[in-house]
Design a protein around this ligand. Structure first.
Ligand code: C2E
Ligand code: CA
Ligand code: CA
Length: 731
């Protein structure tokens, strides 16, 4: 920094043009005036001293270049003044003036450093000539000193600039060895400068970039357009590629050739290449930024997997190559089953965590050359660029299904994820990327439609299924508009009273083409498209209207159960929607029951707990459907106002003469007793099951043994029969 605060260069510049100061030391004022007249000139400033002491005083403070010093002064000898000048190392030239001095004193005067001697009486021309000479020499000397100072400053400036540069600055000799390199090399690559001097530039260049670097480091041109800019990766001292975060140091190297010109013996001008000098700038950070921009453009932000675009590019390339080489290219479409439910019930943060963990597991299933990509949402694709046989894709699909058997943790709980996988293989299932993707997607939807958690290879007869799927959502919308739904009611019997105590309302869709469809065919699609809430609204209105009607005709001891989707419960208006119907049909307390599944209750997602209490306070019963299939934690039973638990059909169906009732059913019965809850067994198909459940202490039963779900008119006759039976029993 010193250079910039130093003013020497500018003072040197002014000194070049400053007048030269001359001091006339002479006791006689007349002679002083004569001398002043004689030697005065524009570029000179003349001072006078009448005594030696005054001369010394002026020499101390003025920058006198030349002194005309009389040997005899009123107060002292000129020689004493000379002694003082040499003792105090005053930088000035002295011409001694003397009248007939002894030769000894002249010798002494020269010995003490005078530059000339004039004897009086003097010839004016001689004086003028000698003064001019002396001043000319002084000026030359001064200029030389100033030039040297300027050069030194300029060199210091350049040295300072080179050393404080954020770039590596170097000079190479003609063979490419370092002659000079600045200190930046130490911090950037870990070399001491001396270690590099004499070594070739290739020492610091990434092996793969040496060809490139040759252009820059050995640049042989030296005109204005000579510098070459080349991006190369640099190598640090410990022979690793210096990491900048995770990447190499990338340097932009600019060089210029250095030549000397000389004349040969025939006087012809020759240019000799001496080497190169140049600058290497660390552009790693810029590269990282650039790479991250292009990385982001081609990768999925959440999982860091290749995105749809990159996948498509790679697929197109693989297909083109396979057309040439005759290989097989496989595409897998992987869709997480029921992911929307996870997202909507646990929240997006948990959904994202699940997707990230899933991506990680999928990554472990594919081979090094395969590409696993995220298409968006819960859809992933795998590119299998060189399959030996179609079946190899099946092996990978099985591997994926296998690793998913280990549960994930979602919201602190175990979650078993399953996937539906569709596979298409070129050339048989498509000759371009789009067709392969489309067919893998169709195969995946076929898996979804046939119960999920599986994989299938595409076959051309699947196209009809695909057409169905595209239309399905539109048809469902239309069904809602024109009320194509029906409710069937499955009776629930009391164990001891042997009569119908409740009805579960189960929705059906009377499809204009396909006839009566079970909920398994459309509930999931309705949930995925969000149309489930419209269906629930219809079911609620219809079930409440129907039970109100039956109550009007004397069947006033009945409870009606409605299945509510988790997607309904997370909506803010669910309490209002239910209560509005209760009020509209003036249903008393405990007539309406809603059946919900456990997963929502594990965490108080979207204030479900508060909503449950609001419903409970308005006389709505809450039943846990499919109890025992999902979670082991029972904490929520204390927290929520639950009235009923329904043993899942799968446990009931396990009861048989050989095995009896499973320990799980015993446990569920114990839980219901412990928490004082009504226990309903569903899916009862045999009298053996009925008796076993009766013995266990189950309160109510529902199942094909008693009745299938029936349309309203049919269930009405059954209810009338049950009512008269109960009345008869009472009589
Ligand atoms: P869920 O709530 O577990 O309903 C019981 C299902 O078990 C019904 O099937 C019923 O017909 C069947 N089932 C009853 N007893 C037996 C039996 O003894 N053996 C066998 N094998 N099955 C029996 P369904 O009507 O096909 O309904 C299937 C599922 O669809 C329901 O399971 C429920 O989760 C859903 N669902 C039905 N209606 C609605 C609705 O209105 N809204 C919503 N969100 N879901 C509904
Ligand atoms: Ca149910
Ligand atoms: Ca159930």
């Amino acid at each position: 920094m010193d250079f910039f605060t130093n003013t020497n260069v500018s003072s040197a510049h002014t000194t070049f043009n400053q007048p030269l100061r001359v001091l006339i030391v002479e006791g006689d004022s007349g002679i002083r005036s004569q001398l002043r007249m004689l030697i005065g000139a524009e570029d000179r400033e003349i001072f006078e001293s009448a005594s030696g002491s005054d001369a010394i005083a002026k020499l101390k403070v003025k920058d006198i270049v030349l002194v005309l010093l009389n040997m005899q002064l009123p107060d002292t000898s000129g020689l004493d003044v000379m002694d003082w000048i040499s003792n105090f190392k005053i930088s000035t030239n002295v011409i001694m003036i003397s009248a007939g001095e002894s030769i000894d004193s002249v010798i002494r005067a020269f010995g003490s450093g005078i530059v000339d001697f004039i004897r009086t009486p003097y010839d004016p021309e001689v004086i003028r000539h000698k003064v001019d000479n002396a001043l000319g020499r002084s000026r030359q000397e001064r200029n030389k000193v100033m030039m040297a100072a300027q050069l030194e400053q300029s060199e210091r400036l350049h040295r300072f600039m080179v050393e404080s540069s954020p770039d590596i600055i170097y000079t190479l000799d003609a063979s490419g060895c370092f002659i000079f390199v600045n200190g930046r090399i130490v911090s950037l690559l870990g070399y001491e400068r001396d270690e590099l001097i004499g070594r070739k530039y290739t020492t610091i260049v990434h092996d793969d970039d040496i060809g490139l670097a040759q252009y820059a480091f050995t640049e042989r041109r030296s005109d204005n357009r000579a510098t070459t800019n080349v991006e190369v990766r640099l190598k640090s001292k410990n022979n690793s590629y210096r990491q900048f975060e995770t990447r190499h140091i990338v340097a932009m190297v600019s060089s210029m050739g250095v030549y000397v010109e000389s004349s040969d013996k025939h006087n012809a001008l020759t240019r000799r290449f001496m080497g190169t000098y140049g600058v290497a700038r660390d552009i790693s950070e810029r590269k990282v930024a650039e790479e991250s921009i292009s990385f982001q453009a081609l990768h999925d932000h959440l999982t860091q997997l290749p995105n749809r675009r990159l996948f498509k590019d790679r697929l197109e390339l693989s297909v083109t190559q396979s057309m040439r080489n005759g290989g097989l290219v496989g595409v897998m479409f992987i869709d997480l089953d029921r992911f929307k439910l996870v997202n909507d019930t646990y929240g997006h943060a948990e959904g994202d965590t699940l997707l990230k963990s899933l991506a990680q597991r999928l990554r472990g299933c594919v081979r090094a050359g395969d590409t696993l990509a995220r298409q968006g949402g819960d859809e992933f694709t795998v590119l299998l660029p060189d399959l030996k046989h179609n079946e190899d894709a099946g092996i990978i699909a099985e591997k994926i299904m296998d690793v998913l058997k280990i549960p994930f943790i979602v919201g602190g709980q175990e979650f078993r994820a399953t996937t539906s996988i569709g596979i298409a293989v070129s050339p048989s299932d498509g000759s371009d990327a789009d067709e392969l993707m489309k067919n893998a997607d169709i195969a995946m939807y076929k898996v979804k439609a046939s119960g999920k958690n599986n994989y299938q290879f595409y076959s051309s007869d699947m196209n009809a299924c695909c057409y169905e799927r595209v239309n399905f959502e539109n048809e469902l919308r239309q069904a809602i508009k024109s009320s194509e739904f029906e409710l069937h009611y499955q009776p629930q019997f009391s164990v001891c009273g042997d009569r119908v105590v409740g009805l579960e309302a189960l929705v059906r869709w009377r499809h204009p083409v396909h006839g009566l469809l079970d909920p398994a065919r459309f509930i999931e699609a309705a949930e995925e498209s969000g149309l489930i809430c419209n269906i629930t609204d219809w079911v609620l209105g219809e079930a409440c209207r129907q039970i109100a009607h039956w109550r009007d005709v004397g069947m006033d001891d009945l409870r009606i159960s409605i299945n509510i989707s988790p997607l309904d419960l997370v909506r803010n208006d669910i309490v209002e929607r239910i209560i509005n119907n209760i009020n509209a049909y003036r249903l008393p307390e405990n007539v309406l029951e809603i059946e919900i599944t456990e997963n929502l209750l594990m965490h108080d997602v979207s204030g479900v707990c508060e909503k449950m209490w609001q419903l409970h306070d308005q006389g709505v019963r809450i039943s846990i459907d499919d109890f025992g299939t999902r979670y082991s934690s029972l904490n929520y039973l204390n927290k929520f106002p639950i009235s009923t638990i329904k043993i899942d059909r799968s446990f009931v169906q396990d009861i048989c003469e050989e095995k009896g009732a499973s320990p799980i059913i015993h446990a569920i019965v114990g839980i219901a007793r412990g928490f004082g809850l009504l226990l309903v067994a569903e899916g009862v198909e045999s009298t053996y099951q009925m008796n076993a459940l009766y013995d266990l202490g189950c309160d109510e039963m529902q199942g094909f043994l008693f009745s299938k779900p029936l349309p309203a008119e049919e269930v009405e006759s059954l209810l009338k029969y049950s009512l008269s039976n109960a009345t008869a029993l009472a009589c």
